[in-house]
Design a binder for this molecule. Structure first.
Ligand SMILES: NC(=O)c1ccc[n+]([C@@H]2O[C@H](COP(=O)([O-])OP(=O)(O)OC[C@H]3O[C@@H](n4cnc5c(N)ncnc54)[C@H](O)[C@@H]3O)[C@@H](O)[C@H]2O)c1
Length: 438
């Protein structure tokens, strides 16, 4: 099914559902239980972190369901939950079971990227709030659908951009707002983690018990390949968004936060290639530089390098916000420092008490509080998430089409660039994909 047909179908179906009132009561602001009943969808690496955090902090949540296409992944999460709750979480490999359970208040979605919008849209239509891992969308066109669904169903959305909730960010944000470095004109973001070559491996049989067809879901059919599975799927376009959409989205999100303009760029250009990782099994370049110009004249630059064990400015992931009076080096590793005036005079830093705070607990707490109170307070809501994800998608599209993109915000299309416009959406493999609830 084409992307525009999918979009039409979802908007029709959401209108039809809203008219029936099936989701209305929930969407209309029914008080949530104080104990948030959670569906856990995608029980891999980062979900371990989330579940462990919720358990260790003794959060007022109940794990109602564990869902994964691989039972071994659920076993691991089950053991983390342990004696946290008297009644064990139910298990399923079908997320539909989770979404159709009226007792579930909210879901955490931590699948590979190609599943985020299909599951997220259905979850919201069925009255669930969503904590969806970054990036909100696999392709640009999914973003507006997620925004529309959140609005239509009155759902809380939090993208997993946890640095937005760190105390380090709050302190840096106050300094930026107070004008310490003047007006921020340029923001820089980078991913400079070391990477090494992983050669391709032949296709093989999926591990026992794994529903690989469902893991692939809306992605093109493909024989099982060890690399196109847990953790390493991030090197392939069918499921991921490259380094810029993996670690890069965190730094791009904070760059956008630092620029503070909440705009889509009007002009995007990108370059890159392979400087080091020859023979690497990956669809993506190993280095990339993207330049974004915004309608208000501000500029953002994203850089990715695979060889710098020393990072940039001492950080493997980071930002610089360049203002008219000085600049701030910022990192999602939980630090910032300020340099002022023509002589680079040292300004404030995060300080020892805050150093290293990455915001995971606070970001989840921000979500759970929003779920309980029905207040739209999430720091990475659908709109914020879409603006940041768009920068990822535009960067990849500029690179893939080897063209300078001129984006027209009104039509949400690139001017005079059909190959680039074609990459704003994608096809979905049936019967998976976007909702069909007409
Ligand atoms: N916020 C952060 O700092 C952070 C860190 C790491 C990863 N992430 C994000 O979290 C997500 C997951 O990444 P990961 O590294 O944990 O990947 P992973 O491969 O370790 O885990 C993904 C899990 O999803 C499961 N899955 C796939 N399709 C499914 C389906 N249809 N239904 C249920 N389960 C399904 C897989 O079997 C796997 O267990 C990605 O979006 C990634 O970008 C965020």
């Amino acid at each position: 099914m084409t992307d525009s047909a999918n979009r039409r179908r979802f908007l029709q179906s959401t209108t039809a559902l809203a008219a029936t009132g099936i989701v209305g009561a929930h969407a209309a602001g029914k008080e949530q239980s104080q104990t948030v009943r959670l569906g856990i969808i995608g029980c891999g690496g980062i979900m371990g972190h989330h579940v462990k955090g919720l358990v260790e902090r003794r959060e007022n949540v109940h794990f109602s369901w564990l869902c994964d296409v691989d039972p071994a992944q659920m076993n691991r999460k089950e053991s983390i939950i342990g004696s946290f709750q008297a009644k064990p979480a139910r298990r399923t490999h079908k997320y539909e079971d989770v979404l159709s359970d009226p007792r579930v208040d909210a879901v955490i979605i931590a699948t590979p990227h190609h599943w985020h919008a299909p599951i997220g849209l259905q979850a919201m239509a069925q009255g669930k709030d969503i904590y969806v891992e970054k990036p909100l969308s696999h392709v640009f066109n999914e973003g507006p659908l997620m925004i529309a669904a959140a609005k239509r169903y009155g759902r809380i959305v939090q993208q997993g951009s946890q640095m937005r909730s760190s105390a380090v960010t709050a302190k840096a944000g106050k300094l930026l707002k107070d004008g310490l470095i003047g007006d921020v004109m340029v923001a820089r973001a980078w991913t400079a983690e070391t990477r090494s070559v992983v050669p391709p491996v032949p296709d093989s049989k999926p591990p026992q018990g794994v529903d690989y067809d469902r893991w692939l879901g809306p992605a093109p059919a493909h024989a099982f390949n060890k690399h196109r599975f847990h953790a390493s799927w991030r090197r392939f376009k069918d499921y991921a968004n490259g380094e810029i959409g993996d670690d890069g989205i965190h730094d791009i999100d904070m760059a956008r936060w630092g620029l503070g303009n909440n705009l889509l760029p009007s002009k995007v250009s990108a370059g890159g290639g392979r400087m080091l990782l020859h023979g690497h099994s990956s669809d993506y370049p190993d280095n990339m530089i993207v330049r974004y110009e915004f309608p208000d004249g501000k500029v953002m630059v994203y850089e990715n390098y695979p060889f710098t064990a020393y990072g940039l400015h001492g950080f493997d992931n980071g930002n610089v916000f360049y203002g008219t009076k000085g600049y701030m080096i910022f990192s999602r590793r939980g630090a910032f420092s300020v340099f002022l005036g023509p002589k680079n005079q040292r300004g404030p830093t995060e300080g020892k008490a805050l150093r290293g705070q990455r915001g995971y607990a606070e970001h989840m707490d921000n979500f759970l509080t929003a779920v309980r109170t029905r207040r739209p307070i999430t720091r990475a809501d659908a709109v914020a998430a879409h603006l940041s994800c768009s920068l990822v998608h535009f960067g990849n599209i500029a690179y893939d089409t080897n063209s300078t993109l001129n984006f027209d915000a009104k039509s949400a299309r690139f001017l005079n660039n059909s190959p680039a416009n074609a990459l704003l959406g994608k096809s979905y493999r049936e019967p998976f994909g976007l909702p069909t609830m007409a």
